[in-house]
Design a binder for this molecule. Structure first.
Ligand code: CAA
Length: 390
């Protein structure tokens, strides 16, 4: 029985900063961002948007299509959690009016947790083949103003329905995975921005990729040339390109520019304009690949490398299913990305500094343009959400 991703839907903020605006203010040559790190825009969440509203908005098209009725497991992956106790998934379950018979839990291991969710969901479906699982990876990437990481900020959420006989992508059973206790990127409970040892993090990303790939190759006997496309974790698009080049170099496979473009570029298009979505970013890459590829990808094998700082890495693979094109949300995603509002530098900084109050007071947040749900305020230490749809 094939098990894998049956539908995929993503959402990002309505607001973005073009990195040329940031480059001007920071007195940086713009091509450092556009070319050197490979990013054009970064999605900026408004004060009334958080990982819950991004997630519920991502999953909303699935609800509208009646796809959530058989879901009995909701796994919410994030490293931008909003509560130390209650899962952000429970809020989403409520906003989407999902059936009460559902296990809901939040998962955390930096950007890797979306993949942990996917693999756990596959195990659930293997045991309950008639049932479905909803995996949501939702994050807001936030670094200090003026820091090297600033240009790699972004936000977004990906909702994936996992089922038997999936219509999009069958996940193959073999995986290579590695855990190592390192401090490349972390966010203590008292901080709203991450600490990051940037250069070191890129080295650990690649080291873990090589170790994960070696395991995967040994288990499957496959070579890098057995893959038609790759989807990498995308903190910034240049990271994915560099990682693939290094992997090819290490295992003596040619990776000229044309080959690199074919193998990777389609998967990087959305991330170039959303920025890092942490736990969701590799799956934003998958949506981008499936929805923007000019070629029919039916039957093509895709290699995935998921990385979460701290760290855990995993290499696995999937095969695109025939007829997948009829089950994408490509038009909605194109509209979403094409109809966003550009922020000035001052608007960006004001939003960045807005900060969710922590003093237990009563707050009503200003209304910005969001998806179908918004974070409307706080009352008696409880977050309040508003549905903008009937
Ligand atoms: N034109 C073209 N390229 C230019 C340029 C110009 N005018 N100016 C500079 N560049 C190039 C540089 O040569 C460099 O290229 P190489 O990497 O090939 O050497 C590239 O632009 C970046 O320049 P710097 O190395 O000087 O950049 P930096 O040190 O200021 O910042 C960074 C880079 C450390 C990765 C920083 O963006 C950062 O800290 N990011 C956050 C951490 C991160 O994303 N880590 C990734 C791995 S960890 C992970 O994946 C988990 C996660 O999601 C966070």
């Amino acid at each position: 029985m094939n098990i894998g991703i049956d539908r995929i839907s993503f959402h990002t903020s309505h607001y973005y900063v073009d990195l040329k605006t940031l480059a001007e203010v920071r007195s940086v040559e713009v091509n450092k961002y556009y070319v050197g790190i490979g990013q054009e825009k970064m999605g900026i969440p408004s004060p009334d948007e958080d990982v819950v509203t991004l997630a519920a908005s991502a999953a909303y098209p699935l609800m509208q299509a009646g796809e959530l009725d058989e879901v009995e497991l909701l796994l919410f992956a994030t490293e931008s959690g909003i509560d130390q106790s209650k899962s952000a998934g429970v809020y989403v379950h409520g906003l989407l009016e999902m059936p009460a018979r559902c296990r809901t839990v939040e998962l955390k291991q930096a950007c890797y947790s979306g993949t942990a969710g996917l693999q756990l969901a596959i195990a659930f479906v293997a045991r309950n083949p008639g049932k479905k699982a909803l995996v949501i990876a939702s994050d807001i990437a936030r670094y200090e103003l003026g820091s090297p990481g600033e240009a790699t900020q972004g936000c977004g959420s990906v909702a994936m329905l996992v089922s038997a006989n999936p219509r999009l992508l069958a996940i193959e059973p073999e995986s290579g995975y590695v855990t190592e206790d390192v401090m490349d990127f972390w966010r203590p409970n008292y901080r709203s921005e991450a600490f990051v040892d940037g250069k070191y993090s890129t080295m650990v990303y690649i080291h873990t990729l090589v170790e994960s790939w070696k395991q995967y190759a040994e288990l499957t006997g496959r070579l890098l040339s057995d893959f038609d496309r790759f989807c990498y974790h995308i903190p910034f698009t240049k990271m994915a390109e560099k990682a693939h080049q290094k992997l090819c170099r290490k295992f003596k496979v040619e990776a000229d520019n044309a080959t690199m473009y074919t193998l990777l570029d389609e998967s990087l298009r959305y991330s170039r304009v959303t920025g890092n979505c942490y736990s969701g970013s590799m799956y934003v890459g998958l949506a981008s690949l499936l929805e923007t590829a000019a070629e029919d990808l039916s039957g093509k094998r895709v290699g995935f490398y998921s990385y979460g700082s701290g760290c855990v890495g995993e290499f696995f693979s999937g095969v695109v299913q025939p007829g997948y094109g009829d089950f994408l949300f490509a038009d909605q995603h194109r509209n979403l990305l094409e109809n966003r509002t550009e922020l000035t530098y001052q608007q960006y900084e004001d939003i960045f500094n807005y900060g969710v109050p922590t003093d237990g007071g009563e707050y009503v947040f200003p209304q910005y343009k969001t998806g179908p749900f918004r974070f409307s305020g706080i009352s008696q230490h409880k977050r309040e959400y508003e549905s903008l749809v009937d």
